[in-house]
Design a protein around this ligand. Sequence first.
Ligand code: GNR
Ligand code: NI
Length: 172
Amino acid sequence: MAIRPIITAPDPRLREVSKPVQAVDDALRALMDDMLETMYDAPGIGLAAIQIGVPKRVIVMDLAREDEDPEPRYFVNPEILAPSCEKSIYEEGCLSVPEFYDEVERPAQCRVKYLDYNGEKQMLDADGMLATCIQHEMDHLEGILFIDHLSRLKRERVLRKLKKERRLAAAE
Ligand code: GNR
Ligand code: NI
């Protein structure tokens, strides 16, 4: 297993649409292991493969609290089937948009169809933080960031700040 660098906005790779996985094999499991280790190290509660520069439709997640046993989840080729009309609002953050948090409104519940770590078909009814996190990660697979759900003013302000930080870091 290895911790891989997480790419941050405005890196154009975060705008790529990720490709479906053809087979859940040992190479893909090695990628998922690296993703989970990278996510725990960050630390974060979810990670899409494109955040480490790999444009495949793969997500890892763990919503367990620190005082609970780890509960790693793996989603390969996930599809959202039934987003609810009911909405909920959570304060979101993103490892690819460091140090910025804001409220996003999304469907409160959704059903997800996916392949698990062993390539078995699974179906999950999600609500609460799990539903929000799955939708945040699904967005990454389409090249969408949570700041795209905010006003243009807020989004541009964040991107400008990240660009400036990058320029300063490069000048060091
Ligand atoms: O660590 C993360 N926390 C988080 C909080 C609220 C809603 C979504 C998330 S996902 C984020 C990790 C990340 O960037 N995943 O893509
Ligand atoms: Ni994110």
